[in-house]
Ligand binder design. Structure first.
Ligand SMILES: NC(=O)c1ccc[n+]([C@@H]2O[C@H](COP(=O)([O-])OP(=O)(O)OC[C@H]3O[C@@H](n4cnc5c(N)ncnc54)[C@H](OP(=O)(O)O)[C@@H]3O)[C@@H](O)[C@H]2O)c1
Length: 341
């Protein structure tokens, strides 16, 4: 395949970090990105060039372009952390294959992206394009954090932002492996859907009795892990309502609220812990054999229908500057960018 010299891409307008904490909501991309024609990147040692078929848009991408993520921005470089496409060149035996990839060196919101060759994930032919485009960030995190849940020894766990794509993956893992998910959401309209998916209980934040409902559920189900993507005051209150030795695992900051830790003594006298989870760190620390095993499971779950990607919309790259914020504003599904359009 002949690779062109230039490509269209959504490139970053800023370097470094912003020092702000405005969260993953966005109504206008123009302060952070521009749709431009740029040079197709050239893969170096240990890198692959991917012709992108579809790229995912995750909350981490929005935190990142706003300068609020754990990685520094590079002005002029295409954004976008993950996608699926064909390997067209590079230092890899996978040239010609369809792979899911983490972009590294040049992002996925472009016609071509760079990725580390060692992290390429070959896709089963029967894996749907949207599942393949988003199979790294959320599914791998779900598998990794569910290992923590299993390790807790409890037969229930608590998760908030439970109607997110990642939340739904976790709920069905709990359902299928006999560990009861206690789902926390902010919209009561999600309760029935999450119960149907496998949530044992649903707590709706903002209801006057939400905390006392949680206390009563915790007395019965005795969860030991709180998987938290929100990080607000209600999350802190939930954690202090959990049984002794509970662990608050924060992996996202969807709320911009700064919670007060009102009962720190529980850390001393009741053996509770607060910690962070970041997939990037987990991948460096985990037994390397766990990752290919996880991808077999991930692809198997999508193909069998045990997991499903809810799609809010697929936006052509050429129209993403105006159309992407509208799709991101729709609740209940993921947004994708199609660089072929
Ligand atoms: N640490 C890691 O390694 C890692 C890896 C993967 C994902 N994550 C994090 O996991 C979280 C979920 O990702 P996703 O892709 O599954 O998200 P998603 O499908 O885009 O859904 C976002 C969800 O967040 C909820 N939400 C937004 N703001 C909220 C707030 N202030 N309070 C409560 N709920 C709020 C939304 O609820 P409504 O439906 O009510 O709007 C929606 O259900 C994100 O925070 C992401 O950054 C972290």
């Amino acid at each position: 395949m002949n690779t062109p010299a230039n490509m269209q891409a959504l490139v970053q307008l800023h370097d470094g970090y912003s020092d702000a904490q405005t969260g993953p909501n966005i109504t206008d991309l123009a302060p952070f990105l521009a749709h431009k024609k740029v040079t197709v990147p050239v893969p170096g040692e240990g890198q692959a060039l991917i012709k992108v078929d579809l790229a995912a848009v995750n909350p981490s991408d929005i935190h990142f372009i706003k300068g609020e993520y754990g990685q520094s921005r590079i002005k002029g470089m295409p954004a976008g952390f993950e996608g699926v496409g064909q390997v067209v060149a590079g230092d890899t035996p996978l040239v010609g294959q369809r792979v899911s990839f983490f972009a590294a060196g040049s992002g996925a919101w472009a016609e071509y992206a760079l990725a580390g060759s060692s992290g390429l994930v070959p896709c089963r032919p029967d894996l749907a394009e949207v599942d393949a485009a988003g199979q790294l960030v959320n599914p791998l995190t779900a598998i990794a954090m569910f290992d923590l849940v299993k390790g807790s020894g409890a037969d229930s766990f608590v998760l908030n932002a439970a109607g997110s794509q990642l939340g739904k993956l976790l709920i069905t893992l709990g359902r299928d492996q006999g560990i009861k998910p206690i789902a926390v959401v902010r919209r009561s309209t999600q309760a029935a859907q999450l119960k149907e998916l496998g949530a044992a209980e649903v707590i709706v934040t903002g209801k006057a009795d939400a905390l006392s409902a949680a206390q009563s559920i915790f007395r019965t189900l005795r969860p030991r892990i709180l998987l938290d993507a929100v990080g607000d005051q209600f999350t802190a209150d939930l954690f202090f309502a959990m049984p002794s030795h509970a662990r608050w695992v924060n992996y996202g900051k969807l709320s911009t609220e700064a919670p007060a830790l009102k009962e720190l003594g529980q850390m001393i006298f009741r053996g509770k812990q607060i910690e962070g989870f970041w997939l990037t760190r987990w991948m460096k620390q985990v037994d390397p054999g766990r990752i290919p095993q996880a991808f077999m499971e991930i692809q198997g779950r999508f193909v069998s229908g045990a997991w499903k990607t809810d799609v809010a919309g697929i936006v052509p790259l050429s129209k993403a500057m105006t159309e992407l914020p509208k799709v991101l504003a729709q609740p209940g599904g993921k947004a994708f960018i199609d660089p072929r359009g």
